[in-house]
Design a protein around this ligand. Sequence first.
Ligand code: DWN
Length: 440
Amino acid sequence: MSVKKEELDRWIREAQMNAEFPQHRAHGMYGDPKLDKINREKKKMKKEFLDLGRQPIANKFLKEEEFSDEFFYDLKVVFDKDTKLVSLKEFVKPELMFNEDYVYHTSLSVPMVKHFKETAEMLMKEFNPLTVMEIGSNDGVFLKNWSNDYTIGVEPCGNFAKVTEGMGYQTYSEFWTTELSEKIKNDGHVDFDLIYAANCICHIQDLDDCFSAVANLLSDKGVFVFEDPSLLRMLERGSYDQIYDEHAHVFSVTALDNLLKKNGLIIFDVDNLSVHGGSNRIYVKKPNIASDNTLRPSIFENLKEEKSFGIDNFKTYEIFAERVKKSKDDLVELLVKLKDDGKRIMSIGATSKSTTVFNYCGISTDLIELITDTTKDKQGLVAPGSHIPVVDRESVNLNDYDYAFLGAWNFKEVIADKEREFVENGGKFITHVPEVMVFS
Ligand code: DWN
């Protein structure tokens, strides 16, 4: 598909204008009466479509003595008619989620280690960047593919920042903000040829500030590449458990296109990925007339596919909300029936996603006895809200159970392959994606 010149010129003009007039951006507006009014207007554009009830911090696995202090909030989801962005109605304070105790280690997911190695190789081949920064560098699974002389990390979780510092990568243990981007500049870093982020940008609440900070540190020829779960795949697959405190937003290409342009950046390519239940990798750069004939057809194809699905139409979200209610009813009905029949049920993968499912559906130890997880930091604790014990896979004989719920349904194939013996002995899996079903 070829890009229409008028369309291209309009995009670039818009992006450049927004870059030149940062006061047009939404961030940092609080306190200015004129801008407060704009913010109030913006809030009115947000329409609620889903209520997933009281939820705890999705990754705050806990001990019994912490039960009385457990934090809960209302997990509601809104659609912004203006930007088409899907976000949480109320954000949770970032420090409550991302701190020294953060337990999700990317390097413990073998398929993700492979994914990040291949991603780094592809980016090296395609863009050959000299200077690299990763936002949300976790335990260094992406960083380790790059020379530590020219690569830095940004990671607010202190436990992980220490790990990557130990690997020789300078790591700013702070949240990604324009203020931090200024600090990095003042520390003498040259602009970056590659700014990368995986499963992190959707965690950032103030996206205008986030993108403006990226624009501040991206070299003129640099690329900003980020990947996050896809809203379209979530809507198609009914995977409502992509929604939890950390996921402040679930991105469509449509909404990102609107938001990035507003901040002087343009999308030039999109990859549809299978990881994390269906993600999009978005390639972004600064507008530059001389090289903007490089916009790839993938952008227009994704925008077209999203439009035909109805991503810009509130009705689509109302239909999704109905499907979510049905998923809850079906899952609870199935688990209760199996328990009544004397079956034993456990779960595999103590994921953030399963925190949403268990708390929304009111599932606790009466239905699911335990969860196995390969992450040492989760073992010996109980899952948030549901208080189902999390144990090491090696401590459990799966043959004692009749059913295994897939908390990590995004690793369905890997888990089914590992647990062949369970199935051979008559064990069955339960999943709620794309709909509640039993399979073996
Ligand atoms: O964005 C985020 C993504 C990338 O990771 C974060 N907000 C938090 C986290 O979300 P999650 O917890 O839903 O991610 P995963 O990758 O689906 O978690 C898989 C969990 O399952 C890990 O704790 C490891 C565990 N696991 C297991 O016990 N047995 C995984 C596999 C493949 C297994 O065989």
